[in-house]
Design a protein around this ligand. Sequence first.
Ligand SMILES: Cc1ncc(COP(=O)(O)O)c(C=O)c1O
Length: 381
Amino acid sequence: MDLADNIQKNIVELLSGSQGVDFATPAYIYSVEQVGSNYRDLKEELGTPLVVSIKANHCPELLSRTAYNFEDGCEFASLGEVRLRAGTRKKIYINSPAYTKKMVEVASRYDAVFIIDHIAQMDIIAEVKQQGTFKNEVLLRINFDSLINGANAKPKDHFGMDENGLFEAAAKAKKLEVKVAGLHIFCGSNGFVSKSGSCVDAVEKLYDTVSEMLGYQLETINLGGGFPTDWREKNIDFKTYRESISKLKEKANVIHESGRAVFGSAGYFVTEVISVKSIGSKKIVVCDGGMAQNFLLAKTEHFIRKYDRPTVIGSSLNETASDYTFVGASCNRDDVIGEINGCLYDIKPGDKVVFSNCGAYNALYTVNKFLALKEYKEYII
Ligand SMILES: Cc1ncc(COP(=O)(O)O)c(C=O)c1O
């Protein structure tokens, strides 16, 4: 039995109450083992250190039980995220367009590398450095689109600097005597398959110029990532990718970062059926959890909404197949979270509905204040 099958068997046992856990819904279930396996396998495929983006999952128990795997450190986007892993001895990367003095002061006490999004962040670092506490290194973040398509092209995101901004930030770091450890680029979530080659080319073009400006060789190149949750199923040609970064690896320590590829497949969302109704031939399953606890399932940000197909636990089989639409407990017309067409189960109140691949961002990216609906619970297996 492979790991995912084993985990699903565990979940069925947990939901049946046979493990003595009084299971409450809606809930997320996270597998410690799957997080560890995702981290180790992806790192091996890349052949480089792998930094974990904490923004993908904030469950304190999951983080504390999996953190020993994250040997190359974690990336934090806020002071709140730094506090989630307070006391860590691993390297941390601070990456946010919104630095505050407090954030820089706190993170500078760790082995933190500050990823500079724009030059004004160097002023905050200068202030902290004046107090004598700042001995950390920085990476300079490149805006992906401005570098690939030219400074006048419309960037698809507002992160990082164009070439001129990068040179100005490098000059400022030199003046302030802050060590620039290297460069950072991020092509966007899920962008690895289509854009990783451009990231490598862009950084290779800049490496020598920035090193010459600074008067020393850059030591670290953070190529970001953009690995999808289902990276194993995508048959990515990692061998060719490893070859494509080999020249860069001769010059510097090349690293990657990932959130969803580490946490995504380790998380399950469970909701309970409250009632089943029909409108014409359409069968609608009303659940106690929906977009208020798992906004991403509603696919509101997708141009074409293709809903996930959950697994239903507890139902008996029917003679004829039905098409079911799963909805949440709010009064929002977009609160549609799943679909099963041609389903042979006779879904009934009390059944448990389980969605896979919900371990990254799902629990955090929510509208849970709306209607004061139930909060989700978190379980670790
Ligand atoms: C700079 C940076 N690195 C890493 C990530 C993590 O992305 P993912 O979870 O898609 O791996 C993000 C996500 O927003 C990011 O902005």
